[in-house]
Design a protein around this ligand. Structure first.
Ligand SMILES: [Zn+2]
Length: 87
């Protein structure tokens, strides 16, 4: 399964990407690929996250009407380690 990162627009295996979904105009990571609705795929990298926000890529990918709250989307060192452990 190959998906396109909404940040850098590079294609990657799904395992290397994290799914982002919108709930009440707030973007959250779908760590278990279990949340319903439209999803956007993003590399697990701060750089790609910032690119996606700058390019307003989430609005296009998720068909949103306005700029969503992306403050919940941050990669801490701990999160990155957890994500690796869950692979
Ligand atoms: Zn990327």
């Amino acid at each position: 399964m190959v998906r396109t990162c909404v940040g850098c627009r590079q294609r990657s295996e799904r395992a290397e990407l994290i799914r982002v979904v919108e709930q009440s105009n707030i973007l959250i990571f779908d760590h278990n690929n279990a949340l319903p609705g439209r999803g956007a795929w993003l590399h697990k990298a701060q750089q790609c996250l910032e690119l996606a926000i700058t390019r307003r890529a989430f609005i296009r990918a998720l068909k949103l009407k306005s700029q969503p709250d992306t403050s919940g989307l941050t990669f801490t060192k701990e999160q990155a380690e957890t994500m690796l452990a869950n692979k």
